[in-house]
Design a protein around this ligand. Structure first.
Ligand code: MG
Length: 187
């Protein structure tokens, strides 16, 4: 399918290029393109980089946990609170959120996440630039009595400024740790 957005044209398709991918295990891909002068669609090549980011993301608005540029190990499912949540989180799994604009000093000083866990929880490490990038905050998650029993957890963040790729790195014991519905920083 083709979507025209903010003056750009984007071609969405799917392929089996990810590890384990194939005819019945496809993933979504997107390329930015420009129509030919006569209005026809140009030949496009598949890339692994995809389209450039349209704009930055505000960490000070509520962002769905399923806002994901890249991830390892997680999946999404319908949430009892509406929309979807991220689940099947295990120790070492992570989510990359691209181009998060924290702004000028003093920047982000706290982080809140909407979480649920029928197990004993774990923690969310907030890292910049990579899964082992600078740790700017750690949020502890306890058991909530159910995978859809949602509570807010908050933790301090040490004044992040500027624009970064944000990594939510999940840690804890064995098995599934907790689910995340949404997150938000406070300035
Ligand atoms: Mg959600």
């Amino acid at each position: 399918g083709i979507v025209d957005f903010n003056g750009g044209s984007y071609f969405f398709y799917h392929n089996g290029a990810l590890p384990g991918g194939g005819g019945f295990t496809r993933s979504v891909a997107v390329e930015k393109f420009t129509y030919n002068a006569d209005g026809t669609i140009p030949t496009m090549n598949m890339t692994t980089a995809g389209a450039p980011q349209v704009g930055t993301l505000s960490p000070y608005s509520r962002q769905e946990a399923e806002t994901i540029a890249w991830e390892t190990g997680v999946e999404t499912e319908p949430s009892s609170e509406g929309g979807r949540n991220v689940g099947w989180i295990e120790n070492g799994d992570w989510i990359k959120v691209k181009g998060v604009a924290f702004g000028a000093s003093p920047g982000a000083v706290s982080f809140t996440a909407r979480v649920a866990s029928a197990a004993s929880g774990g923690r969310i490490e907030l890292r910049l630039g990579g899964t082992s990038g600078t740790l700017v905050g750690t949020c502890n998650v306890s058991g909530t009595g159910g995978w859809q029993n949602w509570v807010n957890v908050s933790c301090p963040v040490n004044g992040v400024t500027g624009t970064h790729d944000l990594y939510l790195r999940f840690a804890g014991g064995s098995g599934y740790l907790f689910n995340v519905n949404w997150w938000q920083f406070a300035a």
